[in-house]
Design a protein around this ligand. Structure first.
Ligand code: AVJ
Length: 332
């Protein structure tokens, strides 16, 4: 098993570290383009995927432990409760393909429930996260072959190096909520290509609910979510020679009922000018940068979207408080 993940762990190999440096450089260039572009546009926006650098990923881990943030703990509990049922409906899946190597706790619960499983393929852009997750899961599940794939799972077109067999896809945490309906449909179509006919797909999707629950989940009392958002500006300062004063921006989370989504913004608290890579950007007081969407779906709404992308809804589970849903889809 060690040999399966060794390519990721061999950071001392010159070719591996050169490739890693090249990837890091490409990621900074992509960040630069997104920021310069996004700040020049109206309304201003920066894609949410840039929230997850090392600091952002650590802060997101903290978010998942907040009392206000129900999705992670609810979904974990649902995997405990419905694991056996999910495994039964997923047939004898022997390969688990995870989109974004999420919390290994959730993945572990699913792996435990799947008797015939022999291979686990996590796909993630973050090489270090991937190596960590791969190592932990390989250690926890004797006999499981782990074959990590570095890449953007919305763009991954083939599962290189993956053996033949019945595949189960797993996309947890309502990460699909970051995508617009159109993007989510394109993602589901791409996943269908990747997983192939006869495969099944388990997706965690956050439900529409009362704003009394929803808003605090994205604007907690301790300000952890605010710190997570503001880290995007700190990242600009770190990587793009920016001079954002993070005390002069506020985290704003609101629910757009028309679009069925939480929208997150960074709002300028004053008239100010900010420099990024030698370019000046002026903000007037109250002006916002859109940084994230988190779409919420009623069960039939998500089933319609999945069907439009070619997947057949097999089963949908919800928790007793109707906070979160797990959808099992099949590609006939
Ligand atoms: C990682 C996209 C699932 O939308 O709930 C949480 C991101 N942002 N708090 C979500 C997030 C602020 C999270 N997802």
């Amino acid at each position: 098993m060690a040999s399966d993940i060794s390519s990721l762990l061999a950071e001392d190999r010159p070719s591996a570290s050169a490739a890693k440096a090249a990837r890091r450089e490409a990621e900074i260039a992509a960040f630069a383009e997104a920021v310069l572009d996004g700040l020049a546009r109206r309304p201003r926006s920066i894609p949410s995927r840039f929230l997850y650098d090392a600091v952002g990923s650590t802060l997101f881990e903290e978010i998942t432990k907040l009392k206000e943030y129900y999705p992670t703990r609810t979904e974990t509990k649902m995997l405990e409760t419905f694991g056996a049922e999910i495994a039964e409906l997923a047939g004898d899946a022997d390969i688990l393909v995870e989109f974004g190597s999420g919390s290994s706790r959730k993945t572990s619960l699913l792996i435990d429930a799947l008797d015939a499983l022999h291979t686990y393929v996590p796909i993630d852009v973050s090489e270090s996260f991937l190596a960590e997750a791969a190592k932990r899961l390989a250690a926890q599940h004797a006999g499981l072959t782990v074959k990590p794939l570095v890449g953007d799972f919305t763009r991954t077109r083939t599962l290189i190096g993956t053996p033949r067999g019945e595949k189960l896809g797993f996309f947890s945490g309502s990460t699909i909520g970051n995508l617009t309906h159109e993007e989510a449909k394109a993602f589901l179509e791409n996943a269908a290509q990747l997983l192939g006919r006869g495969s099944t797909f388990l997706i965690g999707v956050d439900l529409k609910k009362s704003l009394d629950i929803l808003i605090p989940a994205y604007d907690d009392a301790d300000g952890v979510t605010a710190a997570f958002s503001l880290n995007l500006l700190a990242r600009v300062n770190r990587e793009l020679d920016g001079d954002f004063d993070t005390t002069k921006f506020a985290h704003v989370a609101l629910y757009n009922a028309d679009k069925g989504r939480i929208e997150i913004y960074l709002e300028s608290l004053t008239d100010q000018k900010v420099n990024v890579l030698g370019r000046g950007f002026t903000f007037s007081k109250g002006e916002r940068i859109h940084t994230e969407n988190s779409h919420k779906y009623a069960v039939p709404e998500f089933q319609d979207l999945a069907s439009a992308a070619g997947w057949r809804p097999v089963e949908a589970w919800t928790d007793n408080d109707q906070l979160f849903s797990l959808h099992l889809l099949r590609l006939d």
